[in-house]
Write a protein that binds this ligand. Structure first.
Ligand SMILES: [Zn+2]
Length: 269
């Protein structure tokens, strides 16, 4: 969206009328990191929109929040930035602090469940919720509609206690995407209806190794909490295979720079 002078209007989060900041839907660090990773004059962030991958330098941003609310969301964005895929490191484990700090909890042939107690999972959950809420507010994400849950979620993000227990109708699940090239993918949040008779909706947020699923609705009460990040501080490891070979191919074709380009071991878990 074209940048015009900052308007004086109601902040979408706290509702106070003030000068609004240019607010990112996905956090600004996502774009900064993409530029730092692949500094060849072309932003190599792979963006997925409606299941289609493309290189995309366009930043999803608009005038939305006041200064205080921007700072509030930053409380959760900073830990996410520190735990997400980093530009440098010997291999994917080194480059992905969230993965490095994950401890295997249980596994079978299909799933690996990891304990994430060593990292700030609450902040990661709030980070994902803030992105989906911003996408709901933004006209640039018309498919993200939180409906009657938008207002309680706004209040949750604004609560004086920034570690409130999430209500029963809301869960945040987390998958750590351990297979390259998902160190360079950021998706515009997208909605899903899990099954035709499901009484909850799922909103997906995928960025720099984190793939969040935000479950919203009365049916959430029937969902297991044992692998829910916001309830149990556990996550799943995911190899991202079902995101599609086209996306893999596109992401792999982006050339790395600096140490990444020199280190042939890079990308091996
Ligand atoms: Zn505000």
């Amino acid at each position: 969206m074209a940048k015009s002078p900052p308007p004086i209007a109601a902040c979408a989060l706290c509702k106070k009328t003030t000068t609004l900041r240019w607010s990112h839907i996905l956090s600004a660090w996502v774009y900064r990191r993409a530029i730092n990773l692949y500094d060849d004059g072309n932003n190599k962030l792979v963006r997925i929109t409606d299941g289609v991958a493309s290189y995309d330098g366009q930043q999803l941003a608009e005038y939305m929040l006041c200064d205080a609310c921007e700072r509030r969301l930053k409380l959760w964005e900073d830990p996410a930035a520190a735990l997400a895929f980093q530009p440098l490191g010997k291999n994917n484990v080194e480059r992905f602090p969230a993965l490095k700090n994950a401890r295997l909890f249980a596994h079978n042939e299909q799933f690996h469940v990891v304990d994430m107690s060593l990292v700030d999972v609450d902040a990661l959950a709030r980070f994902a919720l803030s992105i989906v809420w911003r996408a709901h507010v933004s006209e640039q994400c018309p498919k993200i509609d939180l409906g009657e849950y938008a207002e309680p979620l706004r209040e949750l993000l604004l609560a004086a206690d920034d570690r409130p227990v999430l209500p029963a109708w809301l869960q945040v699940w987390l998958q750590l995407v351990v297979r390259e090239p998902f160190d360079r993918v950021a998706a515009k949040p997208w909605p899903r209806i899990p099954t035709p008779d499901a009484t909850f909706r799922v909103f997906d947020v995928l960025t720099f190794g984190f793939w969040f699923q935000i479950l919203v609705g009365p049916g959430v009460l029937t969902m297991p909490t044992s692998i829910c990040a916001s309830r149990s501080r556990r996550a799943l490891l995911h190899d991202a295979r079902d995101l599609g070979p086209g996306i893999m191919k596109l992401a792999q074709s982006a050339a790395a720079i600096g140490q990444l380009a020199k280190d042939k071991r890079n990308g091996k878990v």
